[in-house]
Design a protein around this ligand. Structure first.
Ligand SMILES: C[S@@+](CC[C@H](N)C(=O)[O-])C[C@H]1O[C@@H](n2cnc3c(N)ncnc32)[C@H](O)[C@@H]1O
Length: 204
């Protein structure tokens, strides 16, 4: 049961994937809210949300920038739910959805002012090279924001990690080290008071 739930979070698929996405849209609200309080979004920022799931964060970014907001995910179900939620922006050409694995994205160098990753890096393999790939597609002085429900010390972490092979959780120090190694110039960490929610923002 727990394994199926996390497998769906890792890569939503089938009918159950749609239900999993609806649950995530609701359950990840506090993480998303804290992330949007922590980040400065420029009014003309070009933005990519990696691991976009149901597209709720694409929808929020579209209200903050006049520019394009794209979504990337390797799950067909996530992409179709993102399109459904952001239909008008997709039709207007303000939102493209891209099917890809973060480790090799079909995106030119230096495309985005801001790249985000909400509740997804746990599932990225080869994290340092994935961060290098993210850095590649960000403009100089652009930002990469990671938002997650654990700071690496959540009491439930052990349960999740023992259930799903390949899943990892990171502390702020570990993320800082990987991001700096991947070429980002500075890293800031924000933790929600009396909670485990953590947002890490790396500047290129
Ligand atoms: C737990 S869901 C989070 C969805 C959404 N960001 C949210 O906060 O509700 C993780 C999403 O990341 C995607 N994902 C995981 N690993 C990925 C990878 N290596 N490349 C692209 N997408 C990935 C999954 O398909 C899934 O849609």
């Amino acid at each position: 049961m727990v394994e199926e739930k996390i497998t769906q979070c890792m890569k939503p698929h089938g009918e159950e994937g749609i239900q999993a996405i609806e649950n995530m849209n609701e359950n990840h609200k506090p993480i998303s809210e804290f992330a949007f309080e922590s980040i400065n979004v420029g009014e003309n920022d070009e933005i990519l949300d990696i691991g976009c799931g149901g597209g709720v964060n694409i929808e929020k970014f579209l209200k903050l920038t006049a520019n394009n907001v794209d979504g990337l995910d390797y799950s067909e179900v996530s992409l179709s739910q993102s399109v459904k939620r952001n239909k008008k922006a997709v039709e207007d050409g303000r939102c493209r959805v891209i099917k890809a694995n973060v480790i090799k994205m079909p995106i030119e160098d230096g495309m985005y002012d801001l790249v985000s990753a909400f509740e997804t890096i746990y599932f990225w393999q080869d994290i340092e090279n994935a961060f290098k790939e993210v850095s590649r597609i960000i403009k100089t002085n652009g930002q990469f924001m990671i938002a997650q429900g654990t700071d690496g010390n959540h009491p439930d972490d052990k349960k999740w990690l023992s259930t799903v092979e390949g899943m990892k959780v990171y502390t702020a120090d570990e993320l800082k080290r990987y991001l700096l190694n991947a070429g980002f110039s500075s890293v800031s960490c924000f933790k929600k008071e009396n909670d485990y929610i953590m947002v890490v923002i790396a500047k290129k």
